[in-house]
Design a protein around this ligand. Structure first.
Ligand SMILES: [Fe+2]
Ligand SMILES: [Fe+2]
Length: 310
């Protein structure tokens, strides 16, 4: 890399630091503001919860579904941010005795991700206060993080960029006019997205940097690992769709029939695949960065794997 490219990259890290300082927020003072969740509101917007797909449910039941999904949203983010933060700390090692601007950008990234995990734990506890008992989220964030970090950095950064780009789309869905949507949950999307925007830029810079050191064979293996990671995310959302459908049936106040139960579970799964896989993969910036790193054949391999998750 020539000196001009190095300066241009350092400037991009620097801009993330400036923005990170400008938008920085506090969980209680800015996001929660002494509010509570109100169960007359939806927690996730329709464009994420895909409630129209829950065709057998009443409008009150659909609102309950959006609240269950809101709680799962907090838990899933708490989970993915565990491995994202560990990877960011690991990557910071490459900059210890190098570009100190890049190092600061990664340190801020890590600090924000720790705060986000605390925010999502808080949101989970606040939802627990207002929804019926019996909700389960049994996936261990540390176990998932250990498994994810066993894959190559290239693959983990690919998955991470997907995740950090979809928080943008989730925010955009949350600002669609809908008077029934919880103002508090809308603020969760807003504040989270404000810091995630910098993370997505850093992911891209780090992904390209790590990619440049790989041989063609290593990258080809990493493409397979990215596919394995997406399949692992799918395994998580399948398990949670099952858990959430079971919780819905137990807490909705009526009997859910044998024919209806699998339809509800399938609708949860469709929503979760949209929220946690496809909404990021379809982001134009994700396609742009990924296609700049891989061959057409590798791209087809990824697309074929994604097509099985519909
Ligand atoms: Fe985050
Ligand atoms: Fe992030």
């Amino acid at each position: 890399m020539n000196a001009i490219d190095k300066i241009a990259i350092s400037n991009r890290y620097e801009r993330t630091i400036e923005t990170s300082k400008r938008v920085r927020w506090d969980i209680e003072k800015d996001v929660i503001r002494a509010r509570r969740f109100d169960t007359t509101h939806k927690f996730l917007p329709d464009g994420l919860s895909l409630v129209d797909g829950f065709t057998t449910l009443s409008s009150d039941e659909k609102r309950f579904v959006s609240q269950i999904q809101g709680r799962t949203y907090a838990n899933i983010f708490g989970l993915v941010e565990r491995f994202i933060n560990a990877k960011v700390l690991e990557l910071s090692h490459d900059h210890w005795f190098g570009d100190q601007v890049a190092l600061e950008a990664l340190v801020r990234f890590s600090n924000e991700e720790l705060k986000h995990q605390a925010l999502f734990r808080r949101i989970d506890a606040m939802i627990d206060d207002v929804l019926p008992g019996g909700y389960r989220f049994d996936i261990d964030p540390n176990g998932v993080a250990r498994a994810v970090l066993g894959k190559s950095t290239w693959a983990v950064l690919g998955l991470t960029l997907d995740i950090e780009l979809f928080t943008q789309l989730h925010y955009r869905q949350s600002i669609d006019p809908d008077a029934e949507l919880s103002e508090l949950f809308k603020d969760v999307f807003l504040y989270h997205w404000r810091e995630e925007s910098q993370h997505a830029i850093i992911d891209e810079l780090e992904w390209v940097r790590v990619d440049a050191a790989l041989t063609m064979e290593q990258r080809d293996r990493a493409v397979d690992e990215l596919i394995e990671l997406v399949a692992a995310v799918d395994g998580i959302v399948q398990a949670q769709a099952k858990a959430d459908a079971t919780y819905f049936a137990a807490a909705c106040g009526r009997a859910v029939g044998e024919a209806e139960a699998p339809m509800i579970e399938a609708a949860f799964l469709k929503a979760y695949r949209w929220q946690y896989i496809h909404s990021g993969v379809q982001h134009p910036q994700f396609g742009k960065v990924l296609s700049s790193l891989i061959t057409e054949k590798q791209g087809q391999r990824i697309q074929a794997a994604l097509a099985t998750l519909q």
